[in-house]
Design a protein around this ligand. Sequence first.
Ligand code: F0G
Length: 353
Amino acid sequence: MNYSGVIERYKKYLPVTAKTPIITLKEGNTPLIYAQYLSKMMGKNFQVYLKYEGLNPTGSFKDRGMTVAISKACESRAKAVMCASTGNTSASAAAYAAKAGLKCIVLIPHGEIALGKLSQALIHGATVLAVDANFDAALNLVKEITAKYRLTLVNSLNPYRIEGQKTASFEICDALGNAPDFQVMPVGNAGNITAYWKGYKEYKGHHKINRLPKMLGFQAEGAAPIVKGHPIKNPKTIATAIRIGNPASWKQAERARDESGGLIDMVSDKQILEAYKLLAAKEGIFVEPASAASVAGLLKLVKKGYFKKLRITKIVCILTGHGLKDPDRVIKTVKEPKVVKANLQAILKEIGY
Ligand code: F0G
């Protein structure tokens, strides 16, 4: 198939016209991978699938929203875009702005974003400002600046971002032939859960599916404002992508949870790292820590006996970003390679032959 990106594939459902210049890096069309180990672990009648969003062009789901946001910015003759980011949004904005020939300015929390993401924003030529504040404060600054000056905001407060990101739920339904029973995902600024839920409801409205999934969102324990019911001043977690204390789409996330009959819960850094290692070691999939929050959440719910064995139950976990984004975390999590002498005997001894 000659694949041309999410706008081309789903334009019927997107706010684009023949006049919209389409800026694409052929994002989307990511694999929905059957998780053999996790399915087996859950027992008979359970099917777990992993939506590997780390395989988007810049390594995260943000590209789905960015193709629409940047295309619409071009349509409205914008010259520059701006965002605050824990890393992935800035990487994606920088890449799509580069392709479109737009100036891109990003604010990141100083010292708190993964190296891969920082490298991406820099190499794509964005103006990167590391501010001495957390993501929430950086986003407030970006909102203030973009309201006053001719700069287009490309955080998920920009509705075109949500429009693009909803295409992931279309892909899941197209692959499964219907909506799954449950969808599990990490929640940070809460744009993505908002987008998925919008997508599922629209697909049902178009009779492409005949049921809706329960939305199960997971925040990191030290950054769980929605679970705790109040903003967190100093959010803390090793999952830097979701180190957010006051999500912009808080209300919409609660709506997705309540309308779907799902839940928003939290997982500890320890649970996140366990799921991170399990995904790599048992499923062959390398994700960044924030993405592992979905599988950590699944495992937490399994332990609690949340899932009832009734009939074939399909669960989709969203793996939002690639593991190569944050290689430092691997080195901090697993043993570094052993240094051995360059001789046959030493190596054979180490490998037990
Ligand atoms: N997973 C990853 C890898 C992310 O980068 C993010 C958010 C999320 C999950 C949570 O998604 O915010 O829509 O609830 N990253 C943003 C950024 C905040 O700036 O890159 P959300």
